[in-house]
Design a protein around this ligand. Structure first.
Ligand code: RTP
Length: 155
């Protein structure tokens, strides 16, 4: 087994309100599924400002913090947990650079956006952030331990 003896890595990936508004939820989910990651949790949520301030607390001193929280609170988001080998680093690669103009074509941002303040998706930047973000957005029972190798239950 490819993952034998290892705890698979998890990342917190989120479609931001502009991604939801533009109908890119399926596109973003599709890319993670196709790459081979396993979906462990997903929910749509109109996050409150305090919740978003907690999520982005490391950026609270930045000049764009207020605008960032307002943007993230402007509509619903789709929060997800994706699991698999190197999910955090590879997930960030799949998203592209923070500034979409620096994102290579083929990445989500490089294919779908041009504004840093409207960059359609979020991905955890380290395993520690992923763990913090997953526990901020999901209750333990919302994370589903299904095994994609077991096919019996589909029949
Ligand atoms: P994210 O957390 O959303 O995945 O983004 P990131 O790690 O790539 O970038 P980070 O530096 O953590 O910034 C978080 C989000 O804030 C917005 N931003 N605006 N106006 C600006 O200069 C500016 N810089 C960052 C972006 O939406 C960025 O994703």
């Amino acid at each position: 087994k490819a993952m034998a003896g290892k705890t698979p890595e998890r990342s917190f990936i989120m479609v931001k309100p502009d991604g939801v508004q533009r109908g890119l939820v399926g596109e973003i989910v599709k890319r993670f599924e196709q790459r081979g990651y396993t979906l462990r949790a997903m929910k749509m949520m109109h996050a409150s400002k305090p919740h978003l301030e907690e999520h982005y607390k490391d950026l609270s001193s930045k000049g764009f913090f207020k605008d960032l929280v307002a943007y993230m609170n402007s509509g619903p988001v789709v929060a997800m947990v994706w699991e698999g080998k190197d999910a955090v680093k590879t997930g960030r690669k799949m998203l592209g650079e923070t500034n979409p103009l620096a994102s290579a074509p083929g990445t989500i941002r490089g294919d779908f956006c041009i504004e840093v303040g409207r960059n359609i998706c979020h991905g955890s930047d380290s395993v520690e952030s992923a763990n913090r973000e997953i526990s901020l957005w999901f209750k333990p029972e919302e994370i589903i331990a299904w095994d994609p190798c077991i096919k019996d239950w589909i029949q």
